[in-house]
Design a protein around this ligand. Structure first.
Ligand code: ADP
Ligand code: 5GP
Length: 212
């Protein structure tokens, strides 16, 4: 790895687009490359979820206390529930020059971009709106009413997709996972993320030139 720092990577996308599924497969395929930030939320735990794995599930009071104590890097309300990124984990990884991925919605993504202008913003969507509905229904974790609300939020969110750096169409899951990995890896080699390596080479060449 040649880049100066670890990357702060944000993965957003409509509810049901497949963010969680992509992340699970990405981490399985590349366990040493990425670290996933686990958010805090006030929403109810779904069947199959585990506290501390998908989320830290909090009461409203506990969540408000985290805000009060400045423990959250960013937070937002999504369909009546609060979601936020614990600050300490992300800051520790940045310090250690490790890549950290935040799977968060758009309001949070824009807060992160303000804090870390170098953050890489990825947006994932399904191949069609109908497929989005199929996936939300197929997941079977929300009532018909909540699915309708989430689709309405997606419609609003779609107005802000152009604020992101890359779009990933999650049609074939395998392809989408590869795309996320390849984009992140390529970002490490951008000239503007490699000022230290450039400076080091310039200095070495100057010494070399002087000694000849
Ligand atoms: P999100 O985290 O974005 O809300 P999930 O990862 O929970 O979405 O995925 C929503 C549903 O769609 C799940 O049932 C998941 O198994 C399914 N899914 C995810 N990616 C694909 C894909 N590429 N093709 C078909 N189904 C998918
Ligand atoms: P879900 O209830 O489907 O798990 O998540 C709902 C939305 O909240 C998704 O768009 C998800 O990306 C977003 N989300 C999850 N964690 C966070 C967080 O820490 N901050 C913000 N801003 N959004 C989050």
């Amino acid at each position: 790895m040649i880049s100066d720092k670890g990357l702060v990577i944000v993965l957003s996308g409509f509810s049901g687009a497949g963010k969680g599924t992509i992340m699970k497969h990405l981490l399985e395929a590349h366990p040493n490359d990425y670290n996933l930030s686990i958010s805090a939320t006030t929403r109810d735990i779904r069947a199959g979820e585990k506290d501390g794995r998908e989320y830290f599930f909090k009461t409203r009071e506990e969540f408000d206390k985290m805000i009060e104590n400045d423990e959250l890097l960013e937070y937002a309300t999504f369909n009546g529930n609060s979601y936020g990124t614990p600050r300490a984990y992300v800051e520790q990884l940045i310090e250690r020059k490790k890549d950290v991925i935040l799977e968060i919605e758009i309001q949070g993504a824009l807060q992160v971009k303000k804090m870390f202008p170098d953050a890489l913003l990825l947006f994932t969507m399904p191949p069609s709106a109908k497929e989005l509905e199929n996936r939300l229904v197929g997941r079977g974790t929300e009532t018909d009413e909540v699915i309708k609300e989430r689709l309405a939020i997606s419609c609003k969110e779609s107005q802000n997709m152009d604020k992101y750096d890359y779009l990933i169409v999650n049609d074939s899951l395998e392809k989408a996972v590869d795309q996320v990995h390849n984009i992140i890896q390529a970002e490490h080699y951008r000239v503007d993320r490699n000022h230290s390596a450039i400076k080091e080479m310039q200095e070495e060449l100057k010494i070399f030139e002087r000694s000849n």
